[in-house]
Design a protein around this ligand. Structure first.
Ligand code: HEM
Length: 519
């Protein structure tokens, strides 16, 4: 009897403890996922911001998903904002160019007003900008705490070490590798054309070549380990794509548990491989041999000189930066070239003008003189215009690390910021009635493309946090385009369906088949 009474007492205590734990957990979750967001919502309204009403736990995600029934068309229009982000487009009509919307339990301040952005950013130092915590967690396997995601003094230190590796002088050492990778692609195309297939999926081809280039430019790819890292980085990216959709929603990882777990594991493997590449290179440090890629330049900064390591990054930080170069650089650059080739295929006059410019400025492309690339002025205008109409990074994200007081508005600390670059690049009040026309000449005599606001053109972001790799992109873009336009003529294939879509980057959903004819 006594034993039964004792065990029922133990059971009672045990059940009570479990109940208390569950209650505490429930209270904590309710606080963080319901009360705190509600409080933030009320606070933001008091601060002067309006927006669509969120519902728990999805915020406005359901509305966004409902509203993005995908449309692709045979008509090629550059008026793409309402196609790729119909929800932002319709919210803009109701709430203006600055409003609040919610991804799950996370509020985002949407901005498509360059003047608002200018005033707000003038109040914030680059080191005081954070990155939305939901994305920092979500993209951890891709970027770690690399420059794209770093914040505060860590960001200052990394930017200080990394920016000098992108000087034109350093980048020139990578030019011959870019030429070789492009020639390899040209050879592939020639043999495909010779076998009677004139239609080439340009997007797939350029992505592969740009991937090859960025992997070599970031950490060298000469050996088997390098190739393996490249393959795994791409698999990681594809796996992470499949886990997207419910950012900010509590327990969103469990919706895609298998893929999230898979991505974490691939991420760990990539880190291990990258680490062993870095250690090998540290152990066999040879200045000349290493100055061929970004990792080499970073190792040079890191290498002990007279017993001092003044700009050191740890091995883990080097791993994160190499991954960041790869993910930050390869898709953006390849998409800028891909969209340009579509625009040139649609505008034969500009294709011919660029070919003439290449003949005049570069002359013999078999001995491409890299120093002459800077004189390809029309090509630069075409690039600027392609980046305006189809910005590969369709939005820029930030998080406030302190309150920002604007005249009669306050952006509270911890607010996520979502800058809609596509909306601003297509805004007729910024660019005029021909905003949706391909008109490279608008950049001929004006770096801002004759827009009426400097902050209305942000393909590489803004302020101290703007893209650190843009010089690399300029060089790669010009080399690839010079070689391609000197060898081939491009026309739009009848099988092309115009389907710009956002999957992190702005890409053609069904690829870009073009008819490619040798000159
Ligand atoms: C067409 C090509 C490219 C585009 C459109 C592009 C666009 C951008 C944008 C919009 C940002 C965010 C800026 C901001 O928050 O204000 C960024 C940052 C960054 N990009 Fe690029 N990028 C390109 C090429 C590259 C390349 C080739 C690399 C490296 C190899 C690179 C590395 C980075 C890094 C490390 C950052 C973070 C900078 C920081 O936060 O300090 N990007 N880029």
């Amino acid at each position: 009897m006594e034993f039964v009474a004792l065990s029922s007492q133990v059971l009672y205590v045990f059940t009570s403890i479990i109940l208390v734990i569950c209650l505490c957990l429930l209270t904590t979750l309710t606080y963080f996922w319901w009360i705190l967001p509600k409080h933030k919502h009320v606070n933001l309204k008091k601060c002067g911001f309006d927006g669509p009403t969120p519902s728990f736990p999805f915020g406005n995600i359901k509305e966004m998903k409902r509203n993005s029934s995908f449309s692709s068309s045979l008509d090629i229009t550059h008026n793409i904002h309402s196609i790729i982000s119909p929800y932002y487009y319709s919210w803009q009509k109701s709430y203006g160019k600055v409003f609040i919307y919610w991804l799950g339990t996370e509020p985002f301040l949407y901005i498509a007003d360059p003047e608002f952005l200018k005033i707000m950013s003038s109040k914030v130092l680059a080191k005081k900008w954070g990155k939305p915590s939901v994305f920092r967690k979500d993209r951890e396997p891709m970027f770690g705490n690399g420059l794209v995601m770093a914040e505060g003094t860590t960001w200052v230190h990394h930017r200080h070490v990394i920016a000098p590796t992108f000087t034109p002088l350093n980048l020139k050492t990578m030019a011959s590798m870019m030429v070789d990778a492009t020639k390899k692609m040209i050879k592939r195309w020639n043999s495909q054309i010779n076998s009677g297939h004139l239609e080439i999926d340009i997007e797939r081809e350029i992505v592969a070549t740009a991937g090859d280039i960025i992997a070599k430019a970031s950490f060298g790819m000469g050996d088997e380990k390098g190739k393996l890292v490249f393959e795994q980085l791409r698999t990681l990216q594809m796996t992470l794509f499949k886990t997207k959709g419910y950012v900010g929603v509590p327990f969103e990882k469990f919706f895609n548990f298998k893929k999230t777990f898979e991505a974490k594991n691939i991420g760990k493997n990539v880190d291990k491989l990258m680490l062993s590449i870095i250690e090998d290179r540290m152990n066999s440090y040879d200045k000349k041999q290493h100055e061929q890629d970004l990792l080499g330049h970073l190792l040079k900064e890191n290498h002990e000189i007279d017993g001092k390591l003044n700009k050191a990054l740890t091995k883990k930080e080097l791993v994160d930066e190499c991954k960041t170069f790869f993910f930050g650089g390869y898709e953006t650059t390849s998409l800028s070239i891909t969209w340009t080739l579509l625009l040139l295929a649609l505008h034969q006059d500009w294709q011919n003008q660029l070919r003439d410019e290449i003949k005049q400025v570069i002359g013999n492309i078999e001995k491409l003189d890299i120093n002459l690339l800077a004189d390809l002025k029309k090509m630069k205008c075409v690039m600027n215009e392609a980046l305006r109409l189809y910005p590969p990074s369709p939005n820029v994200q930030r998080q406030t690390m302190e309150d920002i007081q604007l005249d009669n508005l306050k952006v509270p600390r911890g607010t996520n910021i979502w800058i809609d670059v596509v909306a601003m690049h297509h805004d007729v009040t910024i660019w005029g009635n021909d905003a949706n026309k391909f008109k490279p000449e608008r950049f001929m005599n004006d770096a801002n493309g004759e827009s009426n606001h400097k902050m209305g053109y942000l393909p590489f972001g803004f302020g101290g946090r703007s893209c650190v790799g843009r010089n690399l992109t300029f060089m790669e873009y010009k080399i690839v385009l010079t070689l391609l336009l000197s060898k081939f003529k491009f026309k739009v294939s009848p099988s092309y369906h115009h389907s710009p879509t956002i999957m992190l980057s702005l890409r053609p959903k069904h690829g870009l088949p073009l008819i490619v004819q040798p000159l």
